[in-house]
Design a binder for this molecule. Structure first.
Ligand SMILES: C[C@@H](C(=O)O)C(=O)SCCNC(=O)CCNC(=O)[C@H](O)C(C)(C)COP(=O)(O)OP(=O)(O)OC[C@H]1O[C@@H](n2cnc3c(N)ncnc32)[C@H](O)[C@@H]1OP(=O)(O)O
Ligand SMILES: [Co+2]
Length: 134
């Protein structure tokens, strides 16, 4: 069911410092910061030849990454995003199998203008999973 790795997301305490690290030290192509108010984060995209890295920083009062950054004060890998062909079929199959789909279970439009859903990290060996419709 899951297909390509779309991105790996890293939560960071200082977005401009993390962007400079990826651009200047690691020599990657990075985007400008893109606010995603629906998701409570600001995102910088790092383009790699075979995938993307998302640098995430909290946005607004109730950011879903705030508690994670409190626990991981220097930042850390926050989620991986896998592509699926049909996000509703994937969601229904996962729910049947007992996995917890986060939020209200309805896909939101993600950073790449495609529907996304998140799966509880405790149901997937300690890793938060994002599904994105390809
Ligand atoms: C823009 C978009 C896109 O790419 O299109 C994005 O990515 S938006 C990316 C931001 N959006 C999201 O992440 C949306 C989905 N995420 C969420 O709803 C939340 O982050 C949760 C996954 C529910 C976790 O929230 P929070 O940390 O406040 O809950 P909590 O403190 O009760 O944590 C419950 C347990 O899960 C663990 N836990 C929390 N976040 C985790 C993570 N990212 N990876 C692995 N484990 C994690 C905690 O350590 C804790 O374990 P213990 O009990 O053992 O201590
Ligand atoms: Co993401």
């Amino acid at each position: 069911m899951i297909g390509r790795l779309n991105h790996v997301a890293i939560a960071v305490p200082d977005l401009s410092a993390a962007t400079a690290l990826y651009r200047d030290t690691l020599g990657a192509t990075v985007s400008d910061p893109v606010p995603q108010p629906e998701h409570g984060v600001t995102v910088v995209f790092v383009e790699l030849p075979n995938t993307k890295i998302e640098l995430l920083h909290p946005l607004g009062e109730n950011s879903p990454i705030a508690a994670f950054l409190e626990r991981n004060s220097s930042g850390g890998i926050h989620h991986v995003c896998y592509e699926v062909d049909d996000i509703i079929a994937a969601r229904d199959r996962l729910k049947e199998q007992g996995a917890r789909v986060l939020g209200d279970g309805e896909p939101k439009i993600g950073a790449h203008d495609k529907p996304v859903l998140f799966l509880h990290p405790k149901d997937f060996v300690g890793t938060l999973i994002e599904l994105e419709q390809a």
